[in-house]
Design a protein around this ligand. Structure first.
Ligand code: SF4
Ligand code: FES
Length: 255
């Protein structure tokens, strides 16, 4: 019988938020069509490292397993991406897995993405329509506008664009490309536009647009192909109008 083919994973591990990271190597049996998560599941089933030592199971986050929820994002062979859609056959071996460095590590490959969710709260990335009575139907969006807005709505808050951005780090309060693009999305919606000024004000302050260094890494890294840099350019124009509006006290609507 020939030797069984294996896949080598070198994983950056960390036992707790405050402990030191270290690397551990694992060899798992190869199966056709494996993704990185099936390799991690194999390690969880049999947590023995490449030296044959019993170790703790590696932890990571996942949910949808079809590149929709963004939870399984990690750095795979140096590139931030989703581990559920990373196919072993398409990756160079050994496969190196590390947690995204932009977010605090909880344990192993699990990170705390609160930074991004807090930024979404800061920019009011939702349409406030809840109330005590039925508000009826909202205004319709022209189909053409709806189609491009849908492109922005594909964001799964995976954090990959924040990880790819050199200006998002623990020394900066920059909210990053994804929350900025959501401002454009919600300001585009006819009902969402009622809070347009509030959203623009939020990104004109600390941690907002001015912190973008225009590296363009975000747009290349986004797995959903969201036109992040186009959104940022559009918001730069809108905030300039907003600045004039604030200065001159005009109530002229800028669409
Ligand atoms: S904009 Fe793209 S890369 Fe950034 S969080 Fe959304 S889906 Fe992920
Ligand atoms: S598990 Fe949801 S994107 Fe990978």
């Amino acid at each position: 019988m020939g030797e069984q083919k294996t896949v080598t994973f070198i994983i950056t591990r960390q036992d707790s938020p405050d402990s030191q990271p270290y690397e551990e190597t694992f060899e798992v049996p190869y199966r056709p069509n494996m993704n990185v998560i099936s390799g991690l599941m194999e390690i969880r089933r049999n947590p023995v490292n490449a030296k044959g030592e019993k170790t703790s199971a590696v932890t990571w986050d996942m949910n949808c397993l079809e590149e929709v929820c963004g939870a399984c994002s990690m750095v795979i062979n140096g590139r931030p991406r989703q581990s559920c859609s990373a196919l072993v056959d398409k990756l160079e071996q050994p496969i190196r897995l590390a947690p995204m460095k932009t977010f605090p590590v909880i344990r192993d490959l699990q990170v705390d993405r609160s930074r991004m969710f807090d930024a979404l709260k800061k920019v009011k990335a939702w349409i406030p329509i809840d109330g005590t009575y039925d508000l009826g139907e909202g205004p319709r969006m022209p189909e053409k506008k709806r189609q491009w807005a849908y492109e922005l709505a594909k964001c799964m808050t995976c954090g990959v664009c924040l990880e790819a951005c050199p200006n998002v780090n623990d020394r900066s309060s920059f909210i990053g490309p994804a929350p900025l693009s959501q401002v454009r999305l919600f300001n585009t919606h006819p009902t969402g536009a009622m809070n347009k000024d509030e959203r623009l004000e939020a990104i004109m302050g600390d941690g907002g647009l001015a912190n973008c260094g225009n590296s363009q890494n975000c747009v290349q890294a986004c797995p959903k192909g969201i036109p992040l840099t186009t959104s940022i350019a559009a918001l730069n124009r809108e905030t300039t109008f907003q600045m004039f509006k604030n200065f001159f006290g005009s109530d002229h609507m800028v669409d």
